[in-house]
Design a protein around this ligand. Structure first.
Ligand code: SD4
Length: 317
């Protein structure tokens, strides 16, 4: 059995390629890291990699992670500035015995030492978004924290190995130095080839309060299906946050177990994800919450066209 599942429609192109590789017998780690790197490289995805939205200071600080479910080795970077593919730096760190999580200047120096390419990650388009948001925030009192989307991809290969990787520019207009859940093991991602893997997207500050990805994997290990684990973790966390913290941000997850069965859960109106397994042809699903359950269905052509138009639409400044 092989399988791959990813957060958001933006992963489709990378997942398409990775699914072909996995079906042909490639290893999970290389396949998913390439898929995440494809999302990082695409300039129109404004929440990941090149073209990602900047901090409130106007700098692009990127977070990424990789975890190998066979060895539990992980690597992660936070607030990485102007290095082409943060996910590849994270994967390289996972091969080190120490220094698994590096941030800021230290992460950048290490990446450069290892020969990773420098690249100016701030694009004109991202700057246009930034200027527009600065103005809107002043004019209309909008929350600067709307707007995000992390790519998280889980892979299962024919040898039974699993891995997971994430990459994000984090929340738009975040403070310099802010790190969300995406590079934090157990919250933004977790993977154990003996059980399965999970990855999260949404408001990192809230996802971290539930150690969300680890908790999903733990529940799968306890016998839950991936869908039961995903729904129960997301909705219990939301209820807990509402009653104890007074509010709950966006929480969305995908997961897969070692048999290639998958699950997705969300507390928002539309959360898209992409999945392909030996049994499930490559599909983009649109998930929505109904009561304490997540329902999903394949998106239609109209949805795909609207998406394509939206991501390329001119930004009215
Ligand atoms: C963060 N979880 O930095 C990320 C942002 C995100 O969908 O996933 N947005 O908090």
């Amino acid at each position: 059995m092989w399988g791959i599942i990813a957060t958001w429609r933006m992963a489709l192109e990378g997942v398409t390629e990775a699914a072909t590789q996995l079906a042909a017998g490639s290893g999970a780690s290389a396949s998913i890291v390439d898929a995440v790197a494809a999302v990082e490289d695409f300039p129109y995805y404004k929440s990941v990699g090149y073209g990602g939205l900047p901090t409130e200071n106007g700098e692009v600080e990127l977070d990424a992670a990789f975890m190998d479910g066979d060895t539990l080795a992980f690597g992660a970077v936070g607030n990485l500035i102007d290095i082409a593919n943060p996910v590849r730096v994270a994967q390289a760190l996972s091969r080190q015995r120490y220094n698994s999580l590096l941030v800021g200047q230290g992460a950048r120096e290490w990446a450069l030492e290892q020969g990773f390419a420098e690249k100016t990650m701030l694009t004109d388009r991202a700057m246009q978004h930034y200027r527009k948001r600065c103005r809107e925030t002043l004019d209309k009192g909008l929350s600067p924290y709307d707007g995000h989307d992390t790519v998280g991809i889980i892979g299962l290969d024919k040898q039974g190995s699993m891995s997971v990787a994430t990459s994000t520019s984090g929340l738009f207009m975040k403070k310099r130095g802010r790190i969300g859940d995406s590079p934090i093991m157990g919250s933004g991602f977790y993977c154990d080839s003996e059980t399965g893997a999970a990855t999260a997207t949404g408001v990192g500050e809230d996802l971290m309060k539930g150690c969300t990805s680890y908790e999903i994997v733990r529940r799968m290990a306890g016998g839950m299906t991936p869908q039961q684990a995903a729904d129960s973790v997301v909705f219990e966390l939301e209820d807990k946050l509402m009653s104890r913290f007074g509010r709950a941000g966006d929480l969305s997850v995908v997961c897969m177990n070692r048999k290639g069965e998958f699950g997705a859960a969300t507390n928002i109106k539309t959360f898209s994800f992409v999945v392909a397994t030996e049994k499930q042809p490559l599909t983009v699903f649109r998930a929505e919450r109904r009561a304490e359950k997540t329902h999903y269905q394949p998106v239609d052509d109209e949805w795909m066209q609207a998406y394509a138009a939206r991501i390329r639409a001119p930004i009215e400044e």
